[in-house]
Design a protein around this ligand. Sequence first.
Ligand SMILES: [Zn+2]
Length: 192
Amino acid sequence: MAPLKKFDKFRDIQAEIDRSGSAIFQDANGVEALIIKSPYQINYIHSYAEDSAFFLGLAEGHLLGSRCTNKECGFVYATPRGHCMECGEPTAWLELPKGGKLHSWTTCHFGSEAFLKETPYNLCLVEFEGAGSLLLARLKDCVESDLYVGMPVEARFDPKPKYSITDVWFVPAKGGSAPPKAGSSGRGRARP
Ligand SMILES: [Zn+2]
C-alpha cells in the first residue's frame, strides 16, 4: 500500500482528501496527524423568534420590513429588525412594496451547497421607496449584461415556501425602463 501523502498546510489537504479520502498533516513541530473524510449531517432545529413574521409573510407573498415606532425617527428597514439602529426604540412591521430598484449586484461563480446548482447566479441589493436600508436577495431571469443600477425589479415568491430567505427573489420588472445611457450605469456600487 502506498504511503499517505504528507502536507504541512491544512488547506493543501482538501484536494487530496477529495481524491483519496485520507492524508497526513504535519504540524510545525513535526507531529503527524492522520486526516480522513467521513459524512456528517445534522438537523438544526432553531427558532426565528421575533423574525418569524417575516418568514411567515414570505410564505404568503408579503415582503415585510420594519419601521421605528419612535415618531421623531420613523426609520424604515427593508429587513426584520427588532429595534432601531438609529435611536434604539422598538420597531413595528410594515409591508414593503413588491417592486424596487436595483442598487447593486454581483455574479457568484461559486456558492454554498444550496446554490451550487444555480451557479453562476446573481445576488442583488434592492432599494424600496420609503425604506432607508437595502434587502439582499437573488436576482433571476436576466443576464448580467442587461443589468444596471436603478433597474426596476419585482419580487417573486416560492410557491412551495421553505421558510427561508430563499423564499423570495427578484426579477427584472415587466415594462421596466430602458437602461440609462453609457456613463451613468455601473456595477457593484454601493453607498457606504
Ligand atoms: Zn428610530
